[in-house]
Design a protein around this ligand. Structure first.
Ligand SMILES: O=C(O)CCC(=O)C(=O)O
Length: 276
């Protein structure tokens, strides 16, 4: 049973909350079937993506089950609280951490936005376990309450080699790190400014997950969905997904197309001369 007050309070105070049984009603099986089809083509290209990790981006366009999950009412309720109206989808990717993978660098998902900390989150992230998450198989690890830390406490970001090789930083993180162990089908929702990472996979089996991330309507998105999702496919999606993809206006007029509402580009009969 979803308790939005507890979820909101946990995100505010410790930076994350768990939604048990998030993938009910056969969704976990459907997700596994899609991932069986999609995984296997790419490997990570650097230490952040993970050399022994597969990532499949643009899940929103790959199967209806991901669109249902992206607009799940529980997550939308949390986005409605933490983000401004007409917030956007910024990432939708599967992450499969293979045996032998080392830990990811500590990072926060909204590190791209150069706004001094402490500050409100610019994005809200979710990671859903497709296999049981354990400390052994590379479950997500978080630093509780780090979403409230200043720039000095964060000490740079994951691209900063000095921070990553600093034993004091590593010791400080090791003292505070919490493994998010959770059964398959559970979702961890966390503030975009919370420090976290994918753990080392010391098990003999892959650890599959997917991450859906949302951001403020004024922030540039990680994935460029206008190019990644063909307009004819977007035209058939729900109004909520269209809005999340950017077919919306952040008032008064961010996102317009030649002075018109971007949804007009999706209706073949509509005249672009019609007012918004
Ligand atoms: O796979 C995970 O548990 C975390 C991945 C992550 O944080 C990321 O790639 O941004």
């Amino acid at each position: 049973m979803f308790d939005s007050e507890t979820a909101l309070q946990e995100i505010r105070t410790r930076g994350y909350t768990l939604l048990p049984d998030f993938l009910g009603g056969g969704r976990l099986d459907r997700v596994r079937a899609v991932l069986a089809r999609e995984l296997g083509a790419y490997r990570g290209r650097n230490n952040f993506e993970g050399q022994a990790t597969e990532r499949v981006y643009t899940l929103v366009a790959r199967d209806p089950v991901f669109r249902e999950i992206i607009e799940d009412g529980r997550v939308m309720a949390l986005c409605d609280t933490f983000l401004e109206p007409n917030y956007l989808l910024t990432g939708s990717l599967a992450i499969c951490i293979h045996p032998g993978e080392t830990p990811q660098p500590w990072h926060n998902d909204d590190a791209f936005y150069p706004i001094p900390r402490p500050r409100p989150m610019v994005s809200l992230s979710t990671i859903v376990a497709v296999d049981d998450f354990t400390a052994e198989n590379g479950c997500t690890e978080v630093i509780p309450a780090s979403h409230l830390w200043s720039d000095a406490e964060i000490g740079g970001d994951y691209r900063d080699g000095d921070r990553e090789s600093d034993p004091d930083f590593a010791a400080r993180m090791a003292d505070r790190s919490v493994p998010v162990e959770m059964p398959a089908g559970t979702c961890v929702v966390f503030a975009g400014n919370l420090l976290h990472r994918g753990g080392a996979n010391r098990s003999p089996a892959p650890r599959r997950a997917f991450s859906i991330q949302y951001c403020q309507p004024w922030a540039r998105t990680q994935e460029n969905y206008f190019l990644a999702v063909p307009p004819e496919q977007a035209a058939a999606m729900s109004p909520r997904i269209q809005s999340l993809l950017g077919y919306s206006i952040h008032r008064p007029f961010m996102g317009h197309v030649a002075g018109r509402h971007p949804l007009k580009t999706l209706s073949p009969g509509a005249s672009m001369a019609d007012p918004c």
